[in-house]
Design a protein around this ligand. Structure first.
Ligand code: HAM
Length: 461
């Protein structure tokens, strides 16, 4: 008998199966060790949450308030993809922004060799969408808001500084009128106030027009040339001198304290714009503090720049940042269109809400829990449960139980009533309904259950 060699194709297949099996074997032994990636976390059903970030109810509450307050102001929600061409962000946040300089952008190359990025902010993608969908023909201003995950490759992730976090972002596009800057700040203030924040401070400044920034940067380079700055600030002095003002280093702060501030470099028009924004906010009784040295970490800002801080949440005290970005849409290939906007970090706002004692309603508990006392009742109770779910939150067990055990399960579900069904109830076409709070028990006919629950939710049972 002739022995035929095993064809190559089969050898390859065997060897790949073998590799896969050994890989799975390794996976199997380590499977229990998988954890959320550092700097990311899960948002859990509220009853399982150990932290405000994890509490799904709090997220729903934040988004409900945002949707209501911004909705009443005609701000429409826009959802953009998490993935964009990396160039969109390099062009928008700018070559000298922290995001680009500190390599905070997560990028990847697709099969076609295109460089893509997980969005490190919303604004660039929103402006790309504005241009792509020809929104410049809409009546101005176009008001848009966004929510969702944002990615920044933070070197040292910690509380309030994540690699995947979430922003609520808002843009008012199309007008260079200072009333729109003031409206953007007012909307922000109203959203945060409606969320229950009390100890927040809105800081308002101006980074001027491009020529003002050039002059101020020149002044900083000359003045700080021989100063003993930290290494980070030395780097910033080369690439984006204004960012030296944001240094967290104590000795840098001493040096910076005596310097002239960006507000002293505003040209006449930029100054008039800044004064007008303040006047509107004062007319509308929106409390703001003028901060003459606000500088933002993104390059696109012109004139108005603002931040909201909350001192009780520690080092990461900036809840929100924003400002005007005239020139950004042009730089992405659109027509000359001004704009102003802001974004807040939802995690930081959740921390601030907790510090300010904001509580959020618990998620709904079932009004009724069906307990099957024999096998036949399993299907019957589940059918009844599905029908009543059109009106109420209803739960049920999946196997027959003894009454004691069934009632225990009903109680653990948080339900107000337990409805028990066995042979006797089947014959009577009814349920034994027990109020789990008062212990009171009544027999309710099958076709009366809906009315019974209706009356009980109105407080009549
Ligand atoms: P930003 O100042 O870079 O501005 O970010 C806004 C907010 O996002 C911050 O104030 C902070 O609350 C939150 N945040 C930033 N980094 C992190 C992080 N690693 N972990 C947790 N939260 C963080 C922008 O993104 C601009 N696009 C805002 C804007 C919109 N300007 C005009 N329109």
């Amino acid at each position: 008998m002739k022995i035929r060699p095993i064809p190559n194709i089969l050898l390859n297949l065997y060897s790949s199966i073998f590799t896969l099996q050994s890989a799975l074997h390794v996976l199997d032994s380590t499977a229990m060790k998988f954890r959320a990636v550092k700097g990311t976390y899960d948002i859990l059903p509220s009853n399982l949450a150990k932290d405000v970030y994890e509490d799904q109810n709090r997220w729903h509450y934040v988004y409900e308030v945002v949707n209501r307050v911004l909705g009443h102001a005609g701000v429409k929600e826009l959802t953009t993809p998490v993935l964009e061409q990396a160039e969109v962000f390099v062009k928008s946040v700018g070559e000298s922004s922290d995001i680009v300089v500190q390599k905070e952008m997560y990028t990847l190359q697709d099969a076609g060799g295109r460089l893509l990025a997980l969005r490190p902010e919303f604004t660039g993608g929103v402006m790309r969408a504005f241009i792509e969908h020809g929104l410049h023909v809409q009546p101005m201003p176009v008001k848009l808001w966004n929510r969702g995950p944002i990615f920044r490759a933070e070197v040292q992730p910690q509380r309030g500084r994540f690699r995947q976090f979430h922003q609520v972002n808002c843009e008012i596009i199309g007008l260079d009128n200072p009333a729109t800057d003031a409206e953007a700040i007012t909307l922000l203030y109203n959203v945060l106030s409606e969320l229950g924040l009390k100890n927040m401070v809105v800081k308002l400044g101006s980074v001027g027009d491009p020529q003002d920034r050039v002059a101020y940067n020149q002044y900083l380079r000359e003045t700080l040339e021989h100063a003993k700055l930290s290494e980070t600030s030395r780097e910033r002095l080369k690439l984006n001198p204004m960012r030296v003002l944001d240094s967290k280093d104590k000795s840098d702060q001493e040096i910076v304290k005596v310097l002239k501030k960006p507000l002293e470099f505003l040209n006449t028009e930029a100054r008039a714009h800044f004064d007008a924004v303040q006047k509107y906010l004062s007319d509308w009784e929106i409390p703001v503090e003028v901060d003459d040295s606000i500088v933002r970490g993104l390059d696109y800002y012109r004139r108005t720049a603002f931040e909201v801080h909350h001192n009780s949440i520690g080092a990461q005290s900036a809840l929100c940042g924003g400002g005007r970005y005239d020139g950004l849409i042009e730089s992405l290939g659109g027509s000359k269109t001004p704009g102003v906007g802001w974004a807040f970090g939802v995690e930081r706002v959740l921390d601030a809400m907790q510090q300010d004692g904001v509580t959020v309603a618990e998620s709904s508990k079932p009004i009724l829990y069906f307990v099957a006392l024999d096998d036949e009742a399993v299907s019957e109770t589940m059918k009844a449960s599905f029908a009543l779910r059109n009106y109420h939150h209803i739960q049920h067990g999946y196997t027959a139980r003894k009454p004691g055990k069934g009632l225990q399960e009903a109680d653990r579900s948080g339900a107000t009533y337990a409805a028990l069904r066995g042979k006797v109830e089947r014959e009577n076409q009814s349920y034994q309904v027990k109020n789990l709070r008062s212990g009171e028990q009544v027999e309710v006919k099958e076709n009366e259950l809906k009315n019974f629950l209706e009356r009980s939710t109105k407080g009549e049972e």
